[in-house]
Design a protein around this ligand. Structure first.
Ligand code: IMP
Ligand code: MG
Length: 184
């Protein structure tokens, strides 16, 4: 652990929580196929650990019949974070039609990104769509129509965080813990 980072959530705490979430998903989708759709870039590390844990449990016959990995990337035009201004930069490669999809996201802040991704997957015919997030920032929420089904950490007044997939100007994504930026 580096003295230059203020650790908000440690690696052990994160991995323990991800194990719990994986077990919940395995119980909810036992014997079924799921498609994890990670939102790049922020979700890459959460998705990796979550998917690996789901496979661990599933090898013992406790979990899903198959776990398919897909990614999406969404960009917003200008500074707007309105759902209508968000476009797909990278789309899923296999069809989600008729499948059980779990959107995997790093942070649920305003919820606009999740709303838009959910809308796109729904238009593409997903049978069921759930959402898994590493970090929920409830004070940032601007919508009440997005359900977060699996939440690792819900932190009030979290401020700007980074690490475990999340960046500060593209740096620090690979840190194995969640750190909090010093308030200005
Ligand atoms: P929103 O829920 O649409 O506002 O957007 C959430 C996205 O904003 C996340 O996927 C992150 O990429 C980014 N984001 C929000 N808060 C933070 C943060 O504290 N650190 C790093 N990225 C963040
Ligand atoms: Mg993101």
């Amino acid at each position: 652990m580096s003295a230059t980072h203020r650790v908000l959530v440690s690696e052990d705490e994160i991995l323990e929580k991800i194990e719990e979430i994986a077990a919940q998903i395995c119980a909810d989708y036992r014997g079924k196929e799921i498609v994890l759709v990670g939102i790049l870039k922020g979700a890459f590390m959460f998705l990796t650990d979550l998917a690996r844990e789901i496979e661990h449990l599933s090898q013992d016959g406790e979990g899903v019949s198959a776990c398919v990995i897909e990614f999406m990337s969404i960009s917003s035009y200008g500074n707007s974070r309105q759902p209508g201004d968000m476009r797909i930069e990278l789309d899923v490669r296999s069809s989600v039609h008729g499948r059980n999809v779990i959107i995997v996201e790093d942070v649920a802040d305003s919820l606009e990104t999740l709303y838009r991704v959910r809308q796109i997957l729904s238009e593409n015919g997903a049978a069921e769509i759930r959402v898994a997030v590493l970090l929920q920032k409830p004070d940032g929420h601007k919508r009440d129509d997005v359900t977060l089904d699996y939440v690792c950490f819900k932190i009030e007044h979290a401020g700007f965080v980074y690490g475990f997939g999340m960046d500060v100007e593209e740096k620090f994504r690979a840190l194995p813990f969640i750190a909090v930026a010093d308030p200005e």
